[in-house]
Design a protein around this ligand. Structure first.
Ligand code: 9YT
Length: 141
């Protein structure tokens, strides 16, 4: 059994601070599960464009208000506590945070914690050492 608290992740290598968001990864690839679990806060007044080309992601909003724009369909929907979106089609999307947002995110395959957004907004597929998982990454790009 794995037991971990949000508090333990603060300031640790499980925490990543980006210009518009901070994410604390409660579960990462190295934990050996088939998904990662993140507690992500998005700063008020910001806009973040994302594309998880190699991952499926589910996001559950638990605090704050904002909006999600699906860049594939153009559809915009409100984000508020209790709203879930699941990017099962690798949709490019924008999150606009009206207030600070707090989201619980699940990624399959699990993130390693070392990803940085690539130029196209996607995360690469990484092994724990930080090396790109060559074959699949090439197949998918
Ligand atoms: C809300 C959202 O899409 N969060 C993504 C997780 C974050 N980019 C991370 O932990 O890398």
């Amino acid at each position: 059994m794995i037991v971990r608290t949000l508090e333990e992740t603060r300031g640790s290598e499980r925490e990543t601070v980006a210009p518009t968001w901070t994410s604390r990864r409660l579960l990462l690839r190295r934990d050996g599960l088939r998904f990662s679990l993140h507690d992500t806060t998005i700063r008020a007044g910001t806009e973040t464009t994302m594309w998880y080309r190699h991952h499926v992601e589910a996001v559950y909003c638990i605090e704050g208000t904002g909006e999600l724009q699906d860049l594939e369909s153009g559809r915009t929907l409100p984000l508020e506590p209790g709203t879930l979106y699941a990017l099962d089609g690798h949709e490019r999307h924008i999150v606009r945070a009206h207030t600070g947002l707090r989201m619980i995110c699940v990624f399959d395959p699990p993130c390693t914690g070392q990803e940085v957004h690539q130029e196209d907004g996607s995360y690469p597929l990484l092994q724990d050492e930080g090396a790109t998982q060559g074959r699949r990454a090439e197949e998918e790009s």
